[in-house]
Design a protein around this ligand. Structure first.
Ligand code: 13P
Length: 251
């Protein structure tokens, strides 16, 4: 059965010291508590190794926010999937709309990244989502479907089954304008039907699909109560334990 997951995406925030303090605070807050979801923190690259050693990784998984589309070699400034795995991080966020928009990551590049992440033993958290004009012109389903098809549908069923998906409507990211629970459920159900048509009901049923975009303590419970919303990918509200813990506890 698919897992409930609450994952934080810290984006480009926090010094190493601040990040480690937050990781430790979350670890303490979760100690001895029964929570009904898997918790993940997505940190900048330089925090990964220290984050892994600051938390009980059975309780808090650690994710990178990107990886290179090449295995190794003369690619100055890049960080490979296998380097990420060597820190003890087990997840990698790929295809975030900020990567697509600001760093020109195409579906083909993302396809490579997903493959390299899987080869390195990382679990990709693959992001998809439409921009406002696409939603307003009724193209949001087509956009999301083609993002999935273009980067993921040449994976074998065995590999596809290792992924986590995150639906993040771009108009909801960092805007305070959350998708309504009904909008989230409608899209998540559509995504699951799209997966079922390609990989069958069992894989579709077992894939965790997270919602991201201005999710917070105030709206998490209602979002997560939808049958096809299996958790959240949280930006701003993952940057402090006070804001992140209630989202974890919304399950
Ligand atoms: P916000 O929660 O800040 O809207 O960011 C969402 C996001 O982009 C998570 O990846």
């Amino acid at each position: 059965m698919r897992k409930n997951i609450v994952a934080g995406n810290w984006k480009m925030n926090k010094s190493l010291q601040e990040g480690i303090a937050l990781a430790r605070e979350l670890n303490e807050a979760l100690k001895g508590k029964t929570v009904h979801c898997k918790v993940i923190i997505g940190t900048p690259y330089i925090h990964l190794s220290s984050a892994v050693s600051s938390v009980d990784t059975d309780r808090i998984g650690v994710a990178a926010q990107n990886c290179a589309d090449k295995e190794s070699g003369a690619y100055t400034g890049e960080v490979s999937a296998s380097m990420i795995a060597s820190t003890g991080a087990r997840y990698v966020i790929l295809g975030h709309s900020e990567r697509r928009a600001y760093y020109h990551e195409t579906p083909e590049i993302l396809k490579e990244k997903v493959k390299l992440a899987l080869t390195a033993g990382l679990t990709p958290i693959f992001c998809i989502g439409e921009v406002l004009e696409e939603r307003e012109s009724g193209k949001h389903f087509d956009t999301v479907k083609s993002q999935i098809e273009a980067s993921l549908f040449d994976l074998s069923p065995e590999d596809f089954a290792k992924l986590i998906l995150a639906y993040e409507p771009v108009w909801a990211i960092g805007t305070g304008r959350t998708a309504s629970p009904a909008q989230a459920q409608e899209m998540h159900a559509f995504i699951r039907r799209t997966l079922a048509a390609k990989y069958g009901e069992e894989i579709a049923d077992n894939t965790s699909i997270l919602y991201g975009g201005s999710a917070n303590a105030g709206n998490a419970k209602e979002l997560f109560s939808n049958p096809d919303v299996d958790g959240g990918l949280i930006g701003g509200a993952s940057l402090s334990a006070d804001k992140f813990m209630p989202i974890i506890e919304a399950f």
